[in-house]
Design a protein around this ligand. Structure first.
Ligand code: SF4
Ligand code: SF4
Length: 72
């Protein structure tokens, strides 16, 4: 089933500050166990189906590492 919104994380830009995780009212994001090439635990999407497209995560990210797209 297609999700209403697509949550895009740029794993290489993400520094794992978790501002987006804290700001997401639907608890869709979490810090990964994996590392990017800079040694940061990047953020991953847990349950995209629940995304409301509120954009709080996008607004909070200081590194422009997250984006929300509306699926057609
Ligand atoms: S757009 Fe809103 S609901 Fe979706 S991941 Fe970002 S903060 Fe969470
Ligand atoms: S706010 Fe941005 S840099 Fe910080 S963890 Fe989220 S996506 Fe990564």
């Amino acid at each position: 089933m297609k999700t209403k919104y697509k949550v895009i994380i740029d794993e290489e830009r993400c520094k794992g500050c978790v501002l987006c995780v804290i700001s997401c009212p639907r608890k869709i994001l979490k810090k990964s166990e994996k590392y990017n090439s800079k040694g940061h635990h990047f953020v991953e999407v847990v349950n995209e189906m629940k995304c409301s497209g509120c954009n709080y995560c996008y607004i909070m990210c200081p590194d422009i590492a997250i984006g929300i797209l509306k699926n057609d």
